[in-house]
Ligand binder design. Structure first.
Ligand SMILES: Nc1ncnc2c1ncn2[C@@H]1O[C@H](COP(=O)(O)OP(=O)(O)O)[C@@H](O)[C@H]1O
Ligand SMILES: [Mg+2]
Length: 227
């Protein structure tokens, strides 16, 4: 059975995830690799409904546990419908946010017990973890300012994804700390990226790391020669 390669992009809103995911997808597609691109919340028909509910600033109030449950409802659907099938076909899957986001936002930001989150992940997402995660870490204030500008632009086109924008700076500081903790605990999987560098420079660094890790995974998956 072929097994693809699962890559996620993580970081605060405005950290550059979607920009870098697009660039990596384009580079890999140009090389002729089979790539599936998806995002969370969203990425399935059901998930896009959940995304609209979760991110729209008019959805108020949302209890922290409800928010976590909806995030996992979306993710379970995405694993079943998009991610696992693409990996079974041997494809590279690039996903904009995954369970690290729930550990950072609902765990760090909302202060929900981390073990509960990981238990839900085991049950609802079949304990599927990425092979490689890029964690983008720009300066916190730069990041929040970028997200506000981007969200204001999208609002002008009728897309409201502003609910998390109402949070205090202390919320984002907790999310940021939780992300850095994840990077310390999952050193082999999570690669941290200086998000303040120019877009092209970050892209080159991500492409280099991706190629090394992917090559190693492919080599290790090859059947060993008989002596
Ligand atoms: N390295 C960077 N330097 C300056 N601006 C950036 C950089 N990366 C992304 N941006 C800009 O910041 C905004 C948010 O980027 P985006 O990729 O949408 O972040 P995210 O998906 O993490 O929320 C966009 O307007 C994007 O053009
Ligand atoms: Mg994005």
């Amino acid at each position: 059975m072929p097994r693809g390669f699962f890559v996620t992009f993580e970081g605060l809103d405005g950290s550059g995830k979607s920009t870098q995911l697009r660039l990596l997808a384009r580079a890999l597609s140009a090389e002729g690799q089979a790539v599936t691109v998806t995002r969370q919340p969203g990425g399935t028909e059901l998930g896009e409904h959940i995304r609209a509910l979760l991110l729209d600033s008019r959805t108020q109030p949302v209890a922290p546990l409800t928010e976590m449950a909806l995030m996992f409802a979306d993710r379970a659907q995405s694993v079943e419908q998009v991610i696992a099938p693409a990996l079974d076909r041997g494809e590279i899957v690039l996903c904009d946010r995954f369970t690290d986001s729930t550990v950072a936002y609902q765990g760090g930001g909302r202060e929900i017990d981390r073990e509960a989150i990981l238990t839900l992940h085991r049950v609802l997402c079949r304990d599927l973890w990425p092979d490689l995660t890029f964690l983008l870490l720009p300066n916190l204030d730069v990041c929040l300012a970028r997200a506000r500008r981007r969200n204001a632009r999208q609002l002008a086109f009728g897309t409201d994804e502003n609910r998390f924008e109402a949070e205090q700076r202390s919320f984002y500081e907790r999310v940021d700390r939780a992300y850095r903790e994840i990077a310390r605990q999952a050193r082999n999987r999570v690669v941290t990226i200086d998000g303040d560098a120019p877009v092209e420079e970050i892209h080159r660094s991500i492409l280099r790391t991706f190629s090394q890790r992917h090559q190693t995974a492919v080599t290790n998956a090859l059947p060993h020669e008989r002596p």
